[in-house]
Design a protein around this ligand. Structure first.
Ligand code: TRP
Length: 447
C-alpha cells in the first residue's frame, strides 16, 4: 500500500528534514539559555545519544515491520508479537501529540516567514537592540500579523501533505540542509569575529551543575525528543517506506549526528552575539529573532544573507511540519477512508484553529497563566516533556521487551553483532530507566 524511498540517502534526507527544523535553531538556543547553558547542554547530549538514538532506531524498525501509519503499525505488531492490539494507544498518543505540537510550530514557522520579508526589505540595517526589539514586538504583539503568517505556514504544510509527501521532499531537503549549514557557517564567522565568542563557548560548554534543576533535566530530555522528532511516530511513519536492505543503524546515526551538529552550531552563533550586545540569554522564545538581526544588520551583504537564511529556516520548519501532519493525514486516509486532499484540509483546519491558543499567548492572553505559564508554554511542556518521552518509552519497551529478539535482530542486524546488542541493552534498560528516573526526579519524588 506504500511506496518506497528511492534509496537510503532519500530516507536519510526525509528523516533529517523532519528532525532539522525550528527545534534546532529557534528552540534549542532559547531553552539552553533559560536553563543556564553548559550543564543543560551536557545532559541534552547524553539524552540525544543514550535515549534519543535508540528510540529512533526502535521507531524505524517498528515502522518498517508494520509498514502502515503509526497507529495501525502498533496495533498490528502488538497483535503479532503479543496478542495485544491495545499497543495502538501508543500510536494514538503520538497522533494527538503531533496535532498539538504542529499548532504552535506553525505559528513560529509564521515568524520565520515574516522575517524573510523584514530581511529582504533591509529592515535590520545598522540595527541596535532597541530596533530589533521593536521589530519583534511589532510582530508578536499583533494578533493580525501572527494569524496571517500562521495561516500561510499551515496552508503550505497542508498543501504539501495533501499532494502526497514523496515528490519534491527529497530534492528540497537535499538542497536545504547543506545550504542552511553553509549560511550558518558564515554567521559563525561573524560570531567569532564580532561576537563575544569566548563567553559564548564558555556559556555553552562549561557546565555549572548548580544550575541544573530537576525540571531542567526533564526539559533537556524533552528537547532531545523534540529535536530528533521521536516519541510520536513521525519517524515510524517514514520507516514504513524504508527498503528492507537498508541499514537502520547507519541511517539513524547519520540523522542524529546531523541534527545535533546543527543545534550546537546555532548555539555557537547565537550566544556570542547575545553577550557582545548585553542581551539576556534567558529571554525566551524571541532569542534567535533578537540576535541574528543584530548580526545581519552589521555584516556586509546582511540583507541578502538574512533573506537566504530565513528562507532556509522556513523551509526547514516546513519539512518538519510536514512530518507532523503526515501521520494524522495517513491515518484519516487509511482508517477513515478519506481522500488525501480532504484529509489534508480537515487536519490542517483543525491544527490551524488550535494555533489560535498560541497566537494569543504572545499578546492579549500573555497574562493568562495556568500551570506552566501561557497556553503556549503549557502545550509545549505537555508535548515535549511529557507526551514525547512517554511515547518513546513505550515504543522502546515494545521493541526491546515485547518484540522477540528474532524480529528485532531481523530488522536491525541479523548477525546480532555488537551494535545490535548495544541497541538492545539501551532499549531494554537504559531508555526505560532513564525516562522513569527523570520523570520521578522532576515530580520531586527524590526530594
Ligand atoms: N524535530 C523538529 C524540529 O526540531 C520538530 C518535529 C518534527 C517534531 N516532527 C516531529 C518533534 C515529531 C517531535 C515529534 O524542529
Amino acid at each position: 500500500m506504500h511506496g518506497q524511498w528511492s534509496s537510503r540517502l532519500a530516507f536519510i534526507l526525509a528523516v533529517a528534514g523532519s528532525a532539522v527544523g525550528l527545534g534546532n535553531i529557534w528552540k534549542f538556543p532559547y531553552i539552553a539559555g533559560q536553563n543556564g547553558g553548559g550543564a543543560f547542554v551536557l545532559v541534552y547530549l547524553a539524552c540525544v545519544f543514550l535515549v534519543g538514538l535508540p528510540i529512533m532506531m526502535s521507531e524505524v524498525l517498528l515502522g518498517r515491520r508494520g509498514r502502515r501509519n503509526p497507529m495501525s503499525t502498533m496495533r498490528i505488531l502488538g497483535e503479532e508479537e503479543a496478542g495485544q492490539p491495545q499497543w495502538q494507544l501508543v500510536g494514538l498518543g503520538g497522533l494527538i501529540a503531533s496535532f498539538l505540537i504542529l499548532s504552535y510550530y506553525s505559528v513560529i514557522g509564521g515568524w520565520t516567514l515574516h522575517y524573510i520579508l523584514l530581511s529582504a526589505q533591509d529592515s535590520f540595517a545598522n540595527a541596535d537592540a532597541a530596533l530589533v526589539n521593536e521589530l519583534f514586538d511589532g510582530l508578536v504583539g499583533s494578533v493580525g500579523k501572527l494569524a496571517l503568517w500562521h495561516s500561510v505556514f499551515m496552508g503550505l504544510t497542508a498543501g504539501v501533505v495533501a499532494r502526497g509527501v514523496e515528490q519534491g521532499l527529497e530534492s528540497a531537503v537535499r538542497f536545504m540542509v547543506p545550504a542552511l549549514v553553509l549560511i550558518m557557517l558564515a554567521l559563525l564567522g561573524y560570531a567569532i569575529n564580532s561576537g563575544d565568542f569566548e563567553r559564548g563557548l564558555h556559556f555553552l560548554f562549561d557546565p555549572d551543575f548548580s544550575k541544573l534543576t530537576p525540571t531542567a533535566i526533564l526539559i533537556a530530555m524533552g528537547q532531545a525528543f523534540f529535536s530528533l522528532s521521536v516519541g510520536m511516530g513521525a519517524v515510524m511513519a517514514y520507516g514504513a517506506y524504508l527498503p528492507q536492505d537498508e541499514s537502520i543503524i547507519k541511517t539513524s546515526i547519520a540523522v542524529v549526528s546531523t541534527d545535533t551538529a546543527i543545534a550546537l552550531l546555532a548555539g555557537l552563533v547565537i550566544f556570542p552575539i547575545v553577550f557582545a550586545n548585553g542581551l539576556d540569554p534567558a529571554e525566551g522564545p524571541g532569542l534567535v529573532f533578537h540576535t541574528l538581526p543584530l548580526a545581519l544588520g552589521q555584516m556586509p551583504g546582511g540583507a541578502l544573507v538574512g533573506t537566504a537564511f530565513f528562507i532556509l529556516l522556513a523551509f526547514a520548519g516546513l519539512t518538519s511540519a510536514i512530518s507532523l501532519l503526515e501521520p494524522v493525514v495517513a491515518w484519516l486516509v487509511e482508517r477513515r477512508g478519506m481522500r488525501r486532499g480532504a484529509a489534508g484540509l480537515l487536519a490542517g483546519t483543525g491544527v490551524w484553529l488550535l494555533g489560535w491558543l498560541t497566537i494569543v499567548s504572545f499578546n492579549v492572553a500573555a497574562d493568562v497563566k495556568l500551570l506552566r505559564g501561557t497556553f503556549f508554554d503549557n502545550i509545549d511542556f505537555l508535548t515535549s516533556n511529557i507526551m514525547l518521552p512517554l511515547g518513546g518509552f513505550f515504543v522502546t519497551v515494545f521493541a526491546g521487551w515485547v518484540m522477540c529478539a528474532n524480529s528485532s535482530a531481523d530488522e536491525l542486524d541479523p548477525s546480532a553483532g555488537i551494535v545490535y546488542r548495544t541497541w538492545r541493552l539501551l532499549a531494554r534498560y537504559v531508555v526505560p530507566v532513564a525516562v522513569t528516573l527523570v520523570f520521578l526526579n522532576a515530580i520531586g519524588l527524590f526530594d
